[in-house]
Design a protein around this ligand. Structure first.
Ligand code: MG
Ligand code: ZN
Length: 368
């Protein structure tokens, strides 16, 4: 009995210790609110994808520089294995919804995204992605649609979102639409946007004017894979951070997506995954450089779900032989990395919807 009592005492002591570390941040920490939040999503980027990239890369990767790491549960309201639309909606607006749904809760009620709330609060907003800009992940930050493939409707939601800056593919859904004859590029210009695309010029030759909202289409449909030469994400992200930090004195919200990590894993192509991860890492390093200098920016890096059920099997003693167990997504939890003011909020294991609430709290927005 004495032994049990001692064990219980020790266990309670340990519990107390951990419990203490989970207490909410003190007033001092909360006073140190970020002015800006950059949310970086590696679509399909689970722990295996990150591990494989870290072992395969010679130089240290940006992931190892984050002081806080947590895990999020990715399941949707109707499936333990989520898709990018439901997971995007959970992260962007804090509600679990059904797979295939964008910006609506499971009953079909529109849910406001952190991007929309930031915009209402006078912050500048932007998105930079390597998919079409109407794709599920970016779509979940600006659109409210019952199905993720309604690209023409998602384009209209994007047009009306008031977003200040976006770079991605999908120009065809602005100009050669199936559902109507509207030219949304012209409509963007009527709203004051400066609009460019890859036909006119290379992204690196464009200098956005911070007095006007900015859009750049990187492809008519989907941009190329990194393996085939797509390399604009670091440049586009730098441009976005520079632009957004001058666009509003109140701060900014930026979502950056490595969209094609997911596609490489759907195709079970390890070489393509490595190329996407290298591009993602280069982008992360630019973001950390900005955030370390600026000191007012919270950077969060996570995935919407894992793709491919990737296993890191033994190859040679010095080389992994990655194997995929599916062409679809899996239910594995995914890591969350955080850097900058309020990063400690992202410790622990929590629901994907908490990412929204933590960003909302970090910004110091209040419900009214
Ligand atoms: Mg995506
Ligand atoms: Zn996917």
């Amino acid at each position: 009995m004495k032994f049990l009592t001692l064990t219980t005492f020790l266990a309670l002591g340990a519990f107390g210790f951990f419990w203490k570390s989970e207490l909410p941040p003190s007033g001092d920490q909360l006073a140190n609110k970020p002015k800006n939040i950059i949310l970086v999503i590696g679509d399909g980027m689970g722990l295996s994808q990150i591990s494989a990239a870290i072992y395969q890369t010679k130089l240290p990767m940006a992931f190892e520089r984050f002081p806080v790491v947590g895990f999020q549960k990715t399941y949707s309201s109707n499936n333990l294995v989520t898709d990018s639309a439901a997971a995007g909606t959970a992260i962007s607006s804090g509600v679990k919804t059904k797979n295939n749904t964008l910006g609506l809760d499971k009953n079909g009620t529109p849910s406001k995204s952190i991007l929309e709330i930031a915009s209402e609060n006078g912050l500048a907003t932007g998105m930079v992605v390597t998919a079409s800009i109407q794709h599920a992940t970016p779509g979940s930050f600006v659109a409210h649609q019952p199905a993720r493939n309604l690209y023409d409707d998602i384009s209209i939601d994007l047009l009306n979102s008031g977003i200040d800056f976006f770079i991605g593919g999908g120009k065809q859904h602005f100009e050669r639409r199936e559902k109507d004859d509207r030219n949304l590029t012209d409509e963007l210009r009527q709203k004051g946007y400066k609009v460019f695309d890859y036909f006119d010029t290379e992204l690196k030759n464009v200098k956005p004017d911070t007095l006007a909202p900015f859009a750049f289409f990187t492809a008519d449909k989907e941009p190329l894979s990194a393996l085939l030469g797509r390399d604009y994400l670091p440049t586009a992200t730098n441009m976005a951070m520079e632009y957004l930090s001058h666009r509003s004195p109140k701060g900014f919200f930026l979502m950056v997506e490595g969209s094609q990590i997911d596609w490489a894993c759907h195709a079970n192509k390890t070489e393509s995954l490595y190329a996407e991860m290298a591009d993602f890492d280069k982008t992360l390093k630019q973001i950390l450089r900005f955030a370390s200098r600026d000191d007012q920016t919270l950077v969060i890096v996570t995935a919407d779900h894992e793709t491919g059920g990737m296993g890191l099997n033994e190859g040679t003693p010095r080389q992994l032989a990655p194997k995929f167990t599916t062409n679809g997504h899996t239910g594995a939890m995914v890591p969350v990395f955080a850097f900058g003011p309020q990063c400690e909020l992202f410790r622990g294991i929590y629901e994907n919807t908490e990412i929204f609430h933590k960003m909302y709290d970090a910004f110091g927005f209040s419900q009214n």
